[in-house]
Design a protein around this ligand. Structure first.
Ligand SMILES: C[S@@+](CC[C@H](N)C(=O)[O-])C[C@H]1O[C@@H](n2cnc3c(N)ncnc32)[C@H](O)[C@@H]1O
Length: 268
């Protein structure tokens, strides 16, 4: 975690702090625990702590609690209703083959794992803004996000796509062919951690512009450390599901389920 935190400090957008470190930084005892699962410790709402700290010298505790609640309720998060989702879908740019892939995947088990068209458009835009040529994806599923990235890459671009499930890859490869981008995608059918290590073993440190992680969450720290080596200075690492259905406190980039964007600024 220290390396992760150090990298986050250097990046444009910070990664989540642990509740304990947030409390230490604020010099405050936890005010109140957010709901958490039985297996995880209660989490501190750091923004509530910050607010309380600002107010506590001049307010009574009742007034402070009221101000905390007011600030909390004022921080509105938009719920994506079916109507809003339809609106987004109607207005997002989606390649016709991406749409076909989304429709085929909708009938498959695990279809909810696919990134949304809006998230895919964001990834494609990041790749284009960066002028990325070399990309990595960890967690392909049926290929929606990887296809969006490959379509955004120039002809000379390459995407290393890591996935352990062969049946998902069959669907993905079919759509890579249909979209005419199969030549840009190097599919690695293996555990992603092994694929990333073998890229490093092949001398590919600091040679990637962009990485997207959307796979097994317990490995995120490991993926981040490996990608920090593989991505060049100035490159981006995008991690999906960082909020994990809201089970993480102190959200930072509430895009979808907490897509977090880290820019590598220095060699680790
Ligand atoms: C959330 S889905 C990816 C969705 C994909 N980005 C999309 O837009 O359709 C996660 C994928 O990661 C794969 N996966 C999980 N753990 C993995 C591992 N250790 N190595 C490689 N792939 C893994 C799963 O098989 C699954 O297909």
């Amino acid at each position: 975690m220290p390396r992760l935190a150090a990298a986050a400090a250097a990046s444009a957008l910070p990664l989540p702090r642990s509740p304990a470190s947030a409390a230490r930084r604020l010099g405050a005892a936890p005010l109140r625990a957010l709901p958490s699962s039985a297996s995880s410790p209660p989490r501190l709402d750091a923004s509530a702590c910050r607010l309380r700290r600002r107010l506590c010298s001049s307010s009574s505790s009742a007034a402070t609690a009221a101000a905390v609640e007011e600030a909390r309720s004022g921080r509105k998060q938009l719920e994506v209703t079916p109507q809003l989702y339809d609106y987004l879908l109607a207005n997002v740019r989606e390649h016709p083959i991406l749409r076909d892939l989304r429709e085929e995947t909708a009938a498959m088990r695990g279809s909810q794992m696919q990134v949304s068209p809006a998230q895919a458009q964001l990834l494609a835009m990041l790749v284009q803004i960066l002028g990325a040529e070399h990309c990595i994806e960890v967690g392909v599923f049926t290929g929606y996000s990887s296809l969006a990235v490959a379509l955004a890459l120039p002809e000379s671009g390459r995407l290393v796509a890591c996935e352990r499930d062969e049946r998902c890859l069959e669907v993905a490869k079919k759509y890579y062919q249909r979209a005419g981008v199969a030549h840009k995608i190097d599919v690695k059918h293996a555990l992603a951690v092994d694929s990333l290590r073998s890229l490093l073993d092949c001398g590919e440190a600091s040679s990637y512009d962009f990485a997207f992680v959307d796979a097994d969450k317990r490995m995120y720290e490991e993926y981040f450390e490996l990608l920090l080596k593989l991505v060049r200075v100035g490159g981006l690492i995008v991690m999906d599901n960082v909020l994990w259905y809201g089970r993480v406190a102190d959200p930072l980039v509430p895009i979808g389920d907490g897509m977090t964007i880290c820019r590598k600024l220095v060699e680790p």
